[in-house]
Design a protein around this ligand. Structure first.
Ligand code: ZN
Length: 233
């Protein structure tokens, strides 16, 4: 009887704590996607700002009224502050992708923290925006990364659809097909506006926007996607 009462109290406590703060248990788990019955998808662009491809990608997004989220590198922000400001002025969401794009497996917790904070300062100084979301370079998650992100107060945002647009072997048709084959409601799609192969990303983008819209998808930022989760479960 005593044991049963204990279990009941334990269960009730867990239930109430979940109910009061439903995201607390997983706040520092990486978010790959959300469950929603609405046809929403978040396009994300990493490794910019790039002086050539970011403005072209911004132009395509603007022409189609598509909001996106840019996970920028602090080193690129400091090199191309004007391009960073264009991203912000166009109304897109800005996320933190660290400063140097180092291999996080080789960094200490303090070094990861410094990467995040240095980038935070670059973004803040250039745009006045305090980013909320962090995407680790390469999606690398270690205990040190988790602790550093938790201390710095960011969410960890991964992705659920990766058309591997960074690969020089990828044609724009392959990028379009890969996304169309794999995308579902609530997904986060990974693209790159900086790096090696952004000509193909740019070429794929218009086609993808047209095709996904014709399938009924609505484009949202990462924060808007997370709000969908809050409101729909
Ligand atoms: Zn990256």
């Amino acid at each position: 009887m005593l044991r049963r009462t204990f279990l009941w109290v334990l269960g009730a406590t867990l239930f109430v704590s979940q109910w009061l703060c439903p995201l607390s248990a997983s706040a520092y788990e990486p978010i790959h996607r959300i469950d929603t019955r609405h046809k929403v998808v978040a396009l994300t662009f990493d490794d910019g700002p790039d002086p050539v491809y970011t403005p072209l990608i911004l132009e395509t997004l603007h022409k189609n009224h598509v909001p996106a989220t840019f996970f920028v590198l602090g080193s690129q922000v400091d090199k191309y502050p004007k391009v960073m400001q264009w991203i912000e002025k166009a109304g897109h969401e800005i996320g933190n992708h660290g400063y140097h794009h180092y291999d996080l497996n080789k960094l200490t917790e303090q070094e990861v923290y410094d990467e995040i904070k240095q980038t935070e300062k670059s973004i803040l100084r250039t745009t006045g925006i305090l980013a909320q979301h962090y995407r680790p370079p390469g999606g690398v998650i270690t205990h040190d990364v988790m602790n550093a992100v938790q201390t710095s107060g960011y969410d960890i945002i991964h992705w659920s659809v990766d058309p591997r647009d960074w690969s020089l072997a990828r044609t724009s048709a392959a990028i379009v097909n890969s996304v169309k084959k794999n995308v579902n409601s609530g997904d986060i799609v990974l693209f790159h506006d900086g790096g090696l192969n952004q000509k193909q990303t740019l070429a794929a983008l218009q086609q993808l926007i047209t095709d996904l819209r014709s399938q009924g998808y609505r484009f949202v930022t990462v924060s808007e996607l997370l709000d969908e989760f809050d409101s729909n479960g």
